[in-house]
Design a protein around this ligand. Structure first.
Ligand SMILES: [Zn+2]
Length: 176
C-alpha cells in the first residue's frame, strides 16, 4: 500500500496495515539545513499500525536514509547510513500524552514515545524527525582518511585520563 504525505493513523491501527513510501533527502529541509550539501538520495519509510490486547494503539516506524555529514575532525563529508526503527504509542488526544506511565510486560511505558493520532498525520515530518534523532551528536569518521597515522595515534590517546589532547592545547593557544 503506497501512501502520500498524509496517513490516517486511526485507520492504520484499526486495520494493522502497513503503508510505505519514498522521498528524497532534498525534501527534508529541517534536516538538511544544518548538514553539508546533500545528494538527491532516497529516504524510504514504512509505518505499520498495531493494537495490543489492552486496546492500546501503536505505530511502528521504519526509516532508511543515507545523509551526508561533515566530519568534525577533518571536515570532510561522509555518508551516514541510517536504518532506524521506532515504536510509538498512539494516543487520541494531547491530554493522552501526559497520562501516567503504566507497566507493560515489566517495562515502564514511559520509555515509549507517544504521538497524537490523526486522520491526516504528516508522515514525512515524522520520518524527518526520526532521521534527525538518528544523527550522531558529533559526527566523526572512525578513522579520518586524510589524517596521517601519527595524528590518529595522538587522537586515540585522548581516552587516557588526565592528558590534554593536542587539539585542546591548540585551541587554547588560539584563544590567547
Ligand atoms: Zn574525518
Amino acid at each position: 500500500m503506497d501512501a502520500g504525505k498524509y496517513v490516517d493513523t486511526f485507520e492504520l491501527t484499526r486495520t494493522g496495515l502497513e503503508v510505505s513510501g519514498q522521498t528524497s533527502l532534498l525534501h527534508c529541509e529541517r534536516l538538511t539545513e544544518d548538514l553539508p550539501e546533500q545528494d538527491d538520495s532516497p529516504v524510504s519509510w514504512s509505518l505499520r499500525g498495531e493494537k495490543d490486547s489492552f486496546g492500546r494503539s501503536y505505530l511502528h516506524l521504519r526509516v532508511k536514509a543515507c545523509p551526508m555529514l561533515e566530519c568534525q575532525r577533518c571536515l570532510a563529508p561522509f555518508a551516514w547510513p541510517i536504518d532506524a526503527e521506532n515504536r510509538l504509542q498512539m494516543v487520541n488526544t494531547e491530554a493522552g500524552l501526559e497520562d501516567d506511565a503504566v507497566l507493560v510486560e515489566g517495562q515502564p511505558e514511559d520509555f515509549i514515545e507517544r504521538i497524537v493520532g490523526s486522520p491526516r498525520l504528516d508522515v514525512l515530518a515524522l520520518v524527518e524527525d526520526e532521521i534527525i534523532l538518528s544523527l550522531p551528536y558529533v559526527p566523526k569518521h572512525d578513522v579520518c582518511p586524510s589524517v596521517s597515522p601519527l595524528i590518529v595515534q595522538h587522537d586515540e590517546s585522548d581516552t587516557d585520563a588526565g592528558r590534554p589532547s593536542p587539539f585542546a592545547v591548540l585551541s587554547q593557544l588560539k584563544k590567547n
